[in-house]
Every structure is written in C-alpha cells, then in structure tokens.
Ligand binder design. Structure first.
Ligand SMILES: Nc1ncnc2c1ncn2[C@@H]1O[C@H](COP(=O)(O)OP(=O)(O)OP(=O)(O)O)[C@@H](O)[C@H]1O
Length: 258
C-alpha cells in the first residue's frame, strides 16, 4: 500500500468576490519531499499557503495533512496539527522585544511547554546549525543584518524538529550571494531533519537549490510540475517563459488599467 502524501490539496478553490484565485488546485507532497511552488506575482501562492495553514478557508475542495482533512478545524485541533510544522516567514518576522535565543525558542516555550533552560539549550544547538555562535544568543534581532535574521528565522523554524516546514519567499531582501547561502542552509537543515517542505518563491535559482520538485502556478493552478533538475530542459512553454522572463508567451501579465 502506498503511503498517503504528507500534504495534499484536492481541487481547492478560493475566490475573493468574483476574482477566482485558486481554481481546482491539486497538489501533493510526499513524506520527506521538498516542493517549491513558483509563480509570478498575484498567482495565488500566498493564498494557497494561507489555506494550508488555516488562515483562509477554501470555498471548496479539501486539504489533507497526513491523510487527515485540515479544512474547517476548530482552533484547538488546528493548533495540534500546527505543532508538527515550522515556518520561515518572508521577512523572518522576529520579535525585536526578545533576544535571539528566545525568538528561536518561542514555539518550544509557548506551544510545546519546554522549560526555559532546556529550550535555551535547544535554541543554541539550532543556532549553531545555521552558523550562528553562542555570542549571538543574547543579541537583539533588530541589530542584525537581514541575512542573520533569516538564519535566526530558520533556526526557529527547525527548533522543534518539525515534520513539515513552510518557507515563504525565504530569500526576499537578500543579495544573490546571501540568498544562495540561505537556500543551501535550508536544503541542508531540512534534509538533516528529514522534513517535508513547501516553499513559495519567485526565485528560479533558489527553487533548484531547495526543491526536489518544482511546481509552476499560474492563475491558481499548476501548469507544470516535475523534478527540479529538469526545469530548464522540460520544454513547457509556461516554464520557458517564466525562466526567460519574457513578456511574450502563454503567461499574460495582468496590467492594471489606469
Ligand atoms: N484577503 C484577500 N482579499 C482579497 N483579495 C486577496 C486577499 N488575499 C489575496 N488576495 C488577492 O489574491 C491574489 C493572489 O494573491 P497572492 O498573495 O496569493 O499572490 P502571490 O502569488 O503570493 O503573489 P506575490 O508573489 O506577489 O506575493 C492577488 O490578486 C491578491 O490581491
């Protein structure tokens, strides 16, 4: 018997008023797989992620984690599901009022009820995995560069050894070299954990570093998916246009009328 996908979207639809964002979206991520969903601005990547996290409810369709539907859960049941997940937000979203170690340990302290001493030990271990020494632990995140903040955010995402990790545009705001460093760290840390990951991104190069599989979203649906290392040779016209950044092709830019 084949195992159920770790995360599965079945014909998910979501509209805001008359504007259809997700349209019969099917997607599945196997246990231990790293999927990167790429797509232009406004194609529904964030809406998809918010539906999976329960921040938005699909109009129809189903979303399953470990074979269990997570649509319409009570907040208590959702908290339980979210305990097996970690998340790195687009701008790291650290609390400036807390030192670095406590940012990393936030979920351990608040959601997992781990005592402070133990939580600090785990935080130090995770900081070292992302290349930050013990001297960083008591720093204020606001004093750190964006690259360092992303490392702290990654340490927080992996703090509880989650089974699933979500990455929202993990290299936004970084220069290409630091972006590459963070992409490689994400790949190494998540592989070490054996976690299943879902990343949303615009960044083709990063997607190939992080992803086992890439899916291209356009108008709320997957127009291509396949192994990350085939994206440049797959011959799919949507992918080719996206890779080249051409204006001409099947992807139509929605230009706002003045
Ligand atoms: N709460 C909301 N109410 C109304 N419209 C929304 C809401 N959230 C998102 N949208 C619309 O849904 C569309 C898709 O947005 P989404 O943020 O998912 O795009 P995206 O692919 O993540 O884009 P980007 O890469 O620029 O972040 C956009 O047109 C956006 O304006």
């Amino acid at each position: 018997m084949t195992a159920a996908p770790k995360i599965e979207l079945r014909k998910v639809c979501k509209a805001f008023g008359s504007k259809v964002i997700l349209s019969d979206l099917d997607l599945s991520i196997q246990d231990g797989e790293s999927l990167v969903v790429i797509g232009g601005s406004g194609t529904g990547k964030s809406v998809m992620l918010k539906c999976i996290l329960g921040l938005l409810e699909p109009d129809s369709g189903d979303i399953l984690i470990d074979g269990q539907s997570v649509v319409g859960l009570s907040s208590k049941a959702r908290e339980k599901v979210l305990l097996k997940t970690g998340m790195l937000f687009q701008y790291a979203a650290l609390f400036d009022s807390l030192p670095v170690w406590e940012n990393v340990a936030f979920g351990l302290l608040q959601a997992h009820g781990i005592p402070r001493k133990k939580a600090r030990e785990i935080a130090m271990e995770k900081l070292s995995l992302v290349g930050l020494g013990p001297d960083m632990a008591d720093r204020n995140p606001a004093e750190m560069s964006i690259g360092m903040q992303k490392r702290v955010g990654l340490a927080r995402a992996i703090a509880a050894d989650p089974e699933i990790i979500f990455f929202d545009e993990p290299t936004t705001g970084l220069d290409p070299i630091m972006g590459d460093v963070i992409d490689s760290l994400i790949r190494d840390c998540t592989r070490r954990l054996g976690a299943t990951t879902l990343t949303i991104s615009h960044d083709m190069d990063g997607a190939q570093v992080i992803g086992d599989t890439i899916a291209l979203l356009y108008k709320g649906n997957v127009v291509w998916s396949g192994p990350a290392d085939t994206i440049k040779t797959c011959g799919n016209p949507y992918v080719e246009q996206f890779v080249r950044g051409d204006i001409d092709g099947p992807i139509k830019l929605e230009v706002l009328k003045p």
